[in-house]
Design a protein around this ligand. Structure first.
Ligand SMILES: Nc1ncnc2c1ncn2[C@@H]1O[C@H](COP(=O)(O)OP(=O)(O)OP(=O)(O)O)[C@@H](O)[C@H]1O
Ligand SMILES: [Mg+2]
Length: 221
């Protein structure tokens, strides 16, 4: 039986996942709870290749790309997530199965088949979906001076929505938002708006995490 917990933070690019995973990890650490952060394309088996060849991955078909993401995650599950959960860690995942499923759903992938690739993946104790509107996300990208991060795939240019990167980005974000909302509603996952201050978003995240990690503290009492 797992003594640890698996907490997933999902949401679009630049929505604030890294920031909030870090804040959550520090807060849990302050309570004496051991945490480990994981995410997509970070496995020993596939991580390097997937990061350095991301351009190639984006031109693959949905099945091939789905297989790569599922292999990457399963490698982390077998070698890191399962042993850490067994050892009582709180594993904080900056994206898990939802993003690879939703991205491909939007591109016409066979959702049931892709979901099937993750049948063996441990079920999260909590999945939080962070949300921000497309214009807000675009503003964050512009202000971070990292317009290059608005690459073709991140703006959904492969969907041929519009020749304009910004227009395509905004339309693509609407599709992502709708898909995240549909999943979140179906699986009763909290959706937290990052329109609020970082402090308030963290407070809301903590209100969902606290009741879950109480068990972890109990185990050692
Ligand atoms: N609630 C918020 N209010 C204002 N700015 C925010 C908020 N949350 C995050 N940010 C800012 O948005 C930017 C993106 O945050 P972060 O890098 O955590 O996002 P991410 O979801 O991990 O993005 P990526 O997809 O690039 O990994 C950062 O500059 C961060 O400080
Ligand atoms: Mg990040």
């Amino acid at each position: 039986m797992n003594q640890g917990k698996l907490i997933v933070v999902e949401g679009a690019d630049n929505v604030g996942r890294s920031l909030h995973c870090e804040l959550l990890s520090e807060r849990l650490g302050a309570h004496g709870i051991a945490t480990k952060r994981i995410g997509l394309s970070r496995s020993k088996l596939m991580g390097e290749t997937m990061k350095s060849r991301s351009g190639d991955i984006h031109v693959m078909d949905t099945r091939t790309r789905s297989l790569m993401y599922a292999t990457d995650l399963m490698d982390q599950i077998i070698h890191e997530i399962e042993p850490l959960l067994a050892a009582g860690f709180v594993v904080i995942a900056d994206r898990y199965t939802l993003t690879p499923i939703i991205r491909e759903k939007i591109r016409g992938g066979n959702t049931r088949w892709i979901e099937g690739l993750y049948n063996q993946a441990p079920k999260p104790d909590l999945t939080i979906v962070l949300h921000a509107g497309g214009r807000r996300l675009l503003n964050r990208i512009i202000h971070s001076n990292d317009l290059a991060s608005l690459n073709g795939f991140e703006a959904g240019m492969d969907l041929n929505i519009s020749p304009s990167v910004t227009k395509s980005f905004l339309e693509y974000q609407k599709l992502l938002k709708a898909a995240f909302a549909e999943y979140a509603e179906e699986k009763e996952m909290p959706i937290i708006s990052t329109k609020q201050s970082v402090k308030d978003v963290h407070k809301e995240i903590w209100s969902h995490v606290k009741p879950i990690v109480k068990d972890v503290l109990q185990v050692f009492k």
